[in-house]
Design a protein around this ligand. Structure first.
Ligand SMILES: [Zn+2]
Length: 258
């Protein structure tokens, strides 16, 4: 199919009937290997610009600005012959609590929905105080719907999932190493050091509250019982935390707080 298509496009191009998408450099890693070009020429149909871009494998959540003759257009603009549309990534860091031209719905807080393929992010973001939902029983369609309904930023390595129409704010996590994944997400979204840091259960997202040692004595290992006196417990799943189990281990995985 590729050759006749290229021939038709070349024909339309000479007739001035094509439009162009010009991508900024940051999109190169997201391009399909067969299309590693920053300039893409196509024959406009009745489809909008979002559809044309996603045909190239780039989810709309990766796009920050669309320029046509120095004016910003939105995802629903239908390209016309002769258009040159410049596609740029978002201005970093992204503040999801502020609406943008392409994402007019602002979210009330830094809440995330983490796909299982980047599941290592879940405890780290919770430790930083973020409200993180991670449910392995949720699959593509449900993830997209929950992201929309609960206004959670969807984090995944599945770009097809990010292309679903329900997804407003999301991010294709490029890194595969968990430590780098966290750095990438923090860099992209400028997650502040929230007052809730160290107050969320890394296992279940519940709240951690102080608990008297005598009330949990029977649940402690002998060495923990001997060496530690200050304990907290998750209100939801009852997991017990103490300095040695929580703070030091997690501190090593995230940037230094204030
Ligand atoms: Zn818990």
């Amino acid at each position: 199919l590729a050759k006749p298509f290229a021939f038709v496009t070349a024909f339309l191009c000479t007739k001035g009937m094509t439009a162009q998408l010009k991508f900024s450099k940051e999109f190169l890693p997201l391009m399909k290997k067969s299309q590693r070009s920053l300039l893409f020429e196509f024959a406009p149909t009745h489809q909008n610009v979002k559809h044309e871009i996603e045909l190239l494998g780039i989810p709309h959540t990766s796009i920050g600005h669309l320029w046509l003759n120095d004016e910003e257009v939105d995802f629903y603009y239908r390209p016309e012959p002769g258009d040159i549309i410049e596609v740029e990534g978002p201005t970093l860091p992204i503040d999801v609590t502020t609406p943008t031209w392409l994402q007019p719905v602002a979210y009330p807080a830094y809440r995330f929905l983490v796909d299982i393929c980047v599941g290592a992010l879940t405890p780290k973001l919770r430790m930083m105080g973020c409200d993180v939902l991670a449910d392995p029983s949720l699959h593509d369609r449900d993830l997209a719907i929950v992201s929309y309904e609960e206004q959670r930023v969807l984090l995944t390595r599945d770009r097809r999932l990010l292309m679903r129409k329900e997804v407003e704010w999301g991010h294709f996590v490029a890194a595969t190493n968990p430590h780098q994944q966290l750095q990438e997400v923090i860099h992209r979204f400028a997650i502040p050091w929230l007052p809730e840091a160290f107050l969320r259960c890394m296992s279940c997202n519940g709240w951690i509250v102080p608990v008297a040692k005598k009330d949990i004595l029977d649940q402690l290992e002998p060495k923990t019982r001997l060496h530690y006196n200050d304990f907290s417990q998750c209100e939801n799943c009852k997991k017990i935390y103490w300095e040695g189990s929580h703070y030091h281990r997690m501190r090593s995985g995230v940037p230094t707080g204030p």
